[in-house]
Design a protein around this ligand. Structure first.
Ligand code: PEP
Length: 249
């Protein structure tokens, strides 16, 4: 039985005031039974978020981490630092980091290993561009991104990674993959990873990301291989994010 997870990625947005608003909206009873939710906030807000969200059911996430644990890496943040702020999840390989900040498959694998070594759950983001989809290369691209990490992990580590399928053309564009399009790719990821063992195929938590919102979440989350969501824009609105979380119940 897989536990649904809704993770809100604030990207380079948000404020202390928004954290307060989330604390007011997400009372202890806000989430349906058995649904997990997390807010993935920019680094400077982790300290305030840890305190402000303490009484809520929201877990804390970070948007990236360095592969090293300390040293001469100006501007970077390490896994032990994230541990100090109670961070539970960390995004790895988000398409914006792949495209804008040079995160390669090799770097992504390093970050996943560092996260796992420090008791953090990596959310590995994969997805095709519009050009790749139109060239009928979606599964080739997505499975290559998955294999670059999963082929290098041992069985125990594989079971600790969450995968977010995020078609690049759907992120921040208002253009959502149809539930059928998302389901097709996500079923393909699950089937592909089952070759590492039926148990992994059954237990793997798969999130959909790409313009998920309060209006389309229920339909997407009703698909059998969509266990949750990675939500960007709609995670900046407390009521919308709550509606999405409630759709997962
Ligand atoms: C994201 O940032 O991972 C994302 C899916 O963004 P949006 O929901 O805004 O498309």
């Amino acid at each position: 039985m897989r536990t649904p997870l809704i993770a809100g990625n604030w990207k380079m947005n948000g404020s202390r005031a928004l954290l307060e608003a989330f604390a007011e909206t997400f009372t202890a009873e806000a989430l349906p039974e058995g649904v997990k939710a997390a807010l993935i906030v920019p680094f400077p807000y982790l300290d305030a978020a840890q305190r402000t969200l303490e009484t809520t059911p929201l877990a804390l996430g970070a948007q990236t981490l360095n592969v090293e644990v300390s040293g001469a890496h100006t501007g970077e943040v390490s896994a032990p630092m994230l541990n100090e702020f109670g961070v539970r999840y960390v995004l790895v390989g988000h398409s914006e980091r792949r495209a804008l900040y040079g995160d390669s498959d090799e770097m992504i694998l390093g970050r996943v290993n560092t996260a796992l070594g420090h008791d953090l759950t990596p959310i590995l983001c994969v997805g095709e561009t519009l050009e790749e989809r139109e060239a009928d290369r979606t599964m080739t691209v997505v499975l290559a991104q998955v294999d670059a990490v999963f082929d290098a992990l041992d069985a125990a580590a594989r079971e600790r990674v969450v995968i977010a399928y995020e078609p690049v053309w759907a992120i921040g564009t208002g253009r959502t993959a149809s539930p059928e399009q998302a389901q097709e790719v996500m079923a393909g990821i699950r089937a592909h990873l089952s070759r590492h063992g039926a148990r992994l195929g059954e237990s793997l938590v798969l999130l959909y990301g790409g313009s998920m919102n309060a209006a389309n979440a229920a339909e997407l989350l009703a698909k059998p291989d969509i266990d949750g969501g990675l939500v960007g824009g709609a995670s900046l609105k407390t009521d919308d994010f709550l509606t999405i979380c409630q759709s997962a119940g």
